[in-house]
Design a protein around this ligand. Structure first.
Ligand code: MOS
Length: 715
């Protein structure tokens, strides 16, 4: 059977999507459905003094308006989270009068139509006792604390090796600068959406746009005191998540409450402006990078002291220090994550949480050091190449990063670069070239899958999981076809239902390696069952159908449960890459255009050349966004995001994106998964913003250490 791993197979769900037949969570049409809309708070901190629902209740078609006054009892405390579930967040579901961030849900209107629900939600009248909110990092150091554990992997909140301070003081070349990145709100195309359907008092079906249907099931079952088996979560398609759909947020639980109240199915699709608060964000970061080096460029001290926000009621750390801990060799190293409690919705996982802003600061600082020393930026990175993970003190599972630099430089034409700033010009346009390193952890956690061979030779493979749009359906189909040894067209892969075998949250770029390994093992086990049928004798060239007939069974099934990556205990597993960018800057107006980018990645076996290219490219384009456009603009007095809509919250559109050249090195990492594959959903955004910022310096001679880099900062 031809090996289909790596083939640029079209998305198996592509036709359904472009013809509008893929059922997203808001698309489910359930008989007798009703609609819910949220009332959200106008203040960021304080208390509700009174809430008047009379006008709302009189809107034609309204069935119920729920507020804290309803005293809805839950089986568990929503302000408690299980520390073993890193995606669990404290949520706000009408339990009291406290307001802890702007756009916090404070009432839910349910009506016969979506329009009536929205009108009623807007008609809820609220009086507040308002406190002055705090939403900035200004003077944050004094107010901050260091978390014990940080990020989804529970890494320590600080790290130290050698004698950082002494080495920094003694270094012949020293640098210390502060780099800041802005608040981001994920803004997937598909808003968060839930449909809740009760079947009697103790059985629930949830259609929820989720990156983790099993986490959803656990959280909802616990809050409503239901048996796990009595809660079914269904989510065959997700229209983008980027981390924002990892936790079970307030709206999902409010939708379930509303359905309980009106005793009918309820659909709650979040309005775009309401998504700027209650469903996570990427915290802004303020990173102080310190470097001590010899005159020939060898780092003797490297540090990152990072300040980010968490909320007043929960803890989440944007682990921007991660790359500073492990990306370069430095005997003396110190990193600290500091958190400031602010009156915001709890920040959460956002594509490459930690590494995206973390590589911006570190990789711009490396460029600054390269200029200070007169060393080529690629050369400086090779001088400080880490041969092992000095943070974990482990060997790498696989690190062909030198190849990424070499191939990237070659494809981009880096050798032709004149390093002097403002040395490249086309009439009124300054041209700049910059580069940076990409890095992201390669994770694999426990998962399970089931594979079935039917009498007609078709194969059905099921695993809970989720496809955020990145291509999970397609790569799982390829892994299954390859492992069973049948054509791709014989395989149907299903996901997005808690009735299928359990898999974890689709986050941390772990799905390809995690769900993929379970699918691979289940399919290998199925293949072995088939081979043992063949060995029973008879025609040795029997077709699958003949083998199945010989078995006398309607189908043959195999199941696999796979563990977390055991090799990760003795090896450090990461993906790597190198990115190069060319910017063109209008000399008079400071307008910036990213003319072209090259990204070369080492991420293990590439399972599908087409979906992989899109994943890398999508990440790189988000890098353009991080560098030039994206920012939640908070009003510091009101504590509200004023650009809470897609007209004013800027993300790149086609004219903002130049030529994107994506490549990868030949690679296979059998320490991460039996397919040799690692995840690729997030690494593309790492390093890309720094490459652009470095190119802007090369073009203009202006070093901007704050994103987004807007024209006013260049003038
Ligand atoms: Mo990703 S931010 O861990 O969904």
């Amino acid at each position: 059977m031809a090996n289909v791993i790596g083939e640029p197979l079209d998305r198996v769900d592509g036709h359904l999507k472009v013809t509008g037949q893929a059922t997203y969570s808001g698309d489910w049409n359930i008989p007798n459905i009703t609609y819910a809309a949220l009332t959200v708070s106008r203040i960021a901190s304080g208390n509700i003094v009174s809430i008047d629902t009379r006008a709302a209740s009189q809107v034609s078609g309204v069935l119920a308006v729920l507020t804290y006054k309803d005293k809805i009892k839950l089986a568990a405390d929503p302000s408690k989270v299980n520390p073993k579930e890193p995606a669990e967040r404290v949520i706000q579901i009408l339990q009291d009068t406290r307001v802890m961030y702007a756009y916090q849900p404070i009432a839910v209107a349910v009506a016969e139509t979506y329009e009536a629900a929205c009108e009623a939600a807007d008609a809820v009248s609220v009086r507040y006792a308002e406190k002055k909110p705090s939403v900035t990092l200004v003077n944050g150091m004094a107010r901050s604390y260091i978390p014990e554990k940080a990020g989804g992997a529970g890494d320590p909140g600080q790290s130290h090796r050698g004698d950082f301070k002494a080495a920094l003081d003694a270094a012949p070349v020293r640098m210390q600068e502060i780099y800041t990145t802005a608040f981001h709100t994920h803004s997937p195309m598909e808003p968060h959406a839930t449909v809740a359907v009760w079947d009697g008092p103790d059985k629930l079906t949830l259609y929820d746009s989720s990156q983790g249907i099993f986490g959803d099931r656990k959280r909802v079952a616990s809050l409503f005191g239901l048996q796990l088996d009595n809660v079914r979560v269904i989510c065959p398609y997700v229209g983008g998540g980027f981390g924002s759909k990892g936790p079970t947020w307030s709206h999902t639980v409010l939708c379930v409450m509303a359905a309980q109240r009106v005793n009918r199915p309820v659909k709650l699709v979040m309005q775009r402006p309401h998504m700027f608060g209650p469903v996570g964000c990427r915290s802004e970061t303020q990173q102080t990078i310190s470097m001590g080096a010899s005159n020939d460029g060898k780092l003797s001290a490297l540090g990152n002291d990072t300040l980010t926000h968490t909320s007043t009621f929960d803890e989440f750390t944007e682990t921007a220090t991660g790359p500073t801990r492990m990306l370069y060799s430095s005997p003396n190293n110190s990193t600290v994550q500091r958190l400031v409690r602010s009156d915001i919705g709890t920040p959460s996982y956002t594509r490459a949480p930690g590494e995206a802003p973390g590589t911006f600061a570190l990789e711009v600082a490396m460029d600054e050091l390269a200029y200070k020393l007169g060393i080529d930026p690629v050369e400086l990175r090779l001088i400080n190449y880490a041969e092992r993970d000095e943070d974990k003190n482990l060997p790498w599972s696989d690190k062909p990063l030198r190849e990424c630099y070499r191939i990237g430089a070659e494809r981009f034409g880096w050798a032709k670069r004149n390093p002097a700033p403002r040395s490249m010009r086309d009439r009124n346009t300054l041209i700049g070239w910059g580069m940076a390193t990409s890095v992201y952890p390669a994770r694999r956690s426990p998962a399970s899958a089931r594979a079935r061979m039917n009498a007609d030779g078709t194969v059905h493979v099921d695993a809970g999981s989720q496809d955020l749009g990145g291509g999970t359906y397609t790569i799982m189909t390829q892994i299954a076809a390859d492992a069973v040894g049948v054509p791709v067209k014989s395989v149907t892969f299903r996901l997005g239902d808690t009735r299928y075998p359990e898999t974890p949250v689709s986050g941390g770029s772990q799905t390809a390696a995690t769900c993929g390994t379970a699918v691979y093992e289940a399919c290998i086990a199925l293949r072995e069952k088939l081979l043992s049928l063949a060995s029973l004798g008879g025609n040795q060239t029997a077709t699958v159908q003949e083998l199945m007939a010989r078995s006398g069974q309607p189908f043959i099934e195999a199941q696999a449960s796979t563990e977390a990556n055991a090799d990760a205990k003795t090896m450090s597993c990461y993906s790597f890459g190198a990115q190069f960018a060319e910017v063109r800057v209008d000399v008079d107006l400071g307008q910036i255009r990213v003319a072209r980018m090259t990204g070369v990645f080492a991420a293990g076996t590439i399972l599908n050349a087409k979906t992989a290219r899109s994943q890398f490219m999508g990440g790189m384009i988000w890098g353009i966004s991080l560098a030039l456009l994206e920012k939640d603009a908070y009003d510091p007095q009101l504590g509200r995001i004023v650009n809470n809509n897609l007209a004013e919250y800027l993300v790149p559109t086609n004219p903002d994106v130049g030529t994107i050249d994506v490549a990868w090195v030949q690679d296979e990492d059998l320490h991460v998964s039996p397919m040799g594959a690692k995840g690729i959903g997030e690494i593309g955004i790492t390093g890309s913003a720094a490459a652009i910022a470095n190119a802007i310096y090369h073009a203009t001679g202006k070093r901007i250490r704050e994103t987004p880099i807007t024209p006013d900062k260049l003038l």
